[in-house]
Design a binder for this molecule. Structure first.
Ligand SMILES: Cc1ncc(COP(=O)(O)O)c(C=O)c1O
Length: 381
């Protein structure tokens, strides 16, 4: 047998590696991005009721009507954008599936796709499986602002898609309104689409989240992706969605119907009912996570780590250059084995990581006691 890998560069992700090292060494796991607390009991009840009451067969390919209706309302409430629940919303098995469907639907062999590095690890493999080539704008610490003239210099007739992500994993930064306008100005006269990964849309510490939903012209070219895993502390449910104009959605659904066909029915039913009955839940998420962020930041304030600004997501970046000269992968291995805290090296999110950068990412979607114990260990360094 001579099996040729389609993704020769891809191995087991650092998230899996760090989580298994954390288990092996009994370390506090602030590496992988998932909450260690329970979701709303009422939502869990709805899911078990949905199963017991027979919502157990295939859902419609595009998503259960109750959930698509609830998403339509959510977008109208938060962004004052009216979308058609039948033609412009597709429910997917996590944001990951939506991203994969969207990239596969739009990118052809030889197309260029522009990414902003550091970038979520799913984008590049999906682009390369579609035969596309990633071009990267590097975001630099400490503020990770996009350089729009560099971006403009990468656009050519081969550019097909731009992938953006705000609030941003791993840096915890958020774009400003002006960024979306700059993006629009750079692509408006070209046949270029946008995939906007907004899975942390309700976890931001600014007065208003910057979203493609609010930029009408950009929205007409975009697939906006989100995830109830993030918004309801249920990463294991893998229920996400994409909002896109009908013509783009039609192409994306062609992928969705053969990749998963439909998403777990009782979970869609539960989330749809829950969103309709507790419309304030999404607005409560930012203050909830802001309190956790502040607990962690305060507990590390007098340590030798330098805390970078955190404007959104549940990730906090720490600069450890005063503590060690190790590269960030080696430093994270030292942390998990010797200090008892698992973190993620930020270099893994770059194709060409800046060599001088000494940054790690901590996930603060954890109980306060977990955060304080981890901070106590880190503050000893
Ligand atoms: C930026 C970003 N996009 C997409 C995803 C995937 O979301 P889901 O678990 O809903 O597939 C994640 C999950 O961590 C993420 O951080």
């Amino acid at each position: 047998m001579n099996l040729t890998s389609k993704l020769p560069q891809v191995g087991t992700t650092i998230f899996t590696q760090m989580s298994s090292l954390a288990a092996q060494y009994g370390a506090i796991n602030l590496s992988q991005g998932f909450p260690d607390f329970s979701a709303d009991q009422a939502l869990l009840e709805r899911a078990s009721q949905a199963i017991l009451h027979g919502n157990n067969q295939y859902a419609p390919m595009t998503g259960l009507p109750v959930l698509r209706q609830a998403i339509q309302d959510l977008i109208a409430r938060h962004y004052n954008r009216q979308v058609n629940a039948d033609t412009e919303i597709t429910v997917t098995s996590g944001a990951s599936e939506a991203i994969f469907d969207g990239i596969t639907a739009l990118v052809n062999a030889g197309d260029d796709v522009i990414l902003f590095d550091p970038a979520y690890d799913l984008y590049e493999p999906a682009v390369s499986l579609a035969g596309g080539v990633c071009k990267r704008v590097v975001l630099k610490a400490p503020d990770f602002r996009p350089d729009w003239s560099e971006f403009a210099s990468l656009i050519t007739d081969k550019t097909r898609l731009v992938i953006i992500n705000t609030p941003h994993n791993p840096t915890g930064t958020c774009w400003q309104d002006d960024d979306l306008e700059q993006l629009w100005q750079a692509i408006k006269d070209r046949d270029v689409y946008v995939l906007s990964d907004e899975v942390y849309e309700f976890i931001h510490y600014q007065t208003q989240n910057v979203s493609v939903h609010r930029h009408h012209q950009l929205a007409e070219r975009s697939m906006v992706v989100s995830s109830f895993g993030k918004s309801f502390h249920l990463t294991g449910w893998k229920v996400g969605y994409v909002v896109a104009p009908e013509a783009i959605n039609r192409e994306l659904r062609k992928l969705h119907q053969y990749i998963t066909f439909s998403t777990v029915t009782p979970l869609q039913q539960a989330i749809g009912e829950h969103l309709l009955s507790t419309p304030t839940a999404s607005a409560e998420l930012s203050p909830f996570y802001q309190a956790k962020r502040d607990v962690l930041r305060e507990a590390l304030a007098s340590s030798r780590f330098r805390l970078l600004p955190c404007q959104g997501t549940y990730f906090q970046l720490l600069d450890y250059s005063e503590i060690s000269d190790l590269d960030d992968v080696a430093f994270c291995q030292y942390l998990v084995k010797e200090v008892g805290v698992a973190a993620i090296p930020v270099s893994v999110f770059y194709q060409n990581p800046p060599t001088e950068q000494r940054l790690i990412r901590l996930c603060f979607a954890k109980d306060e006691t977990t955060l304080l114990s981890a901070a106590q260990k880190l503050a000893r360094l």
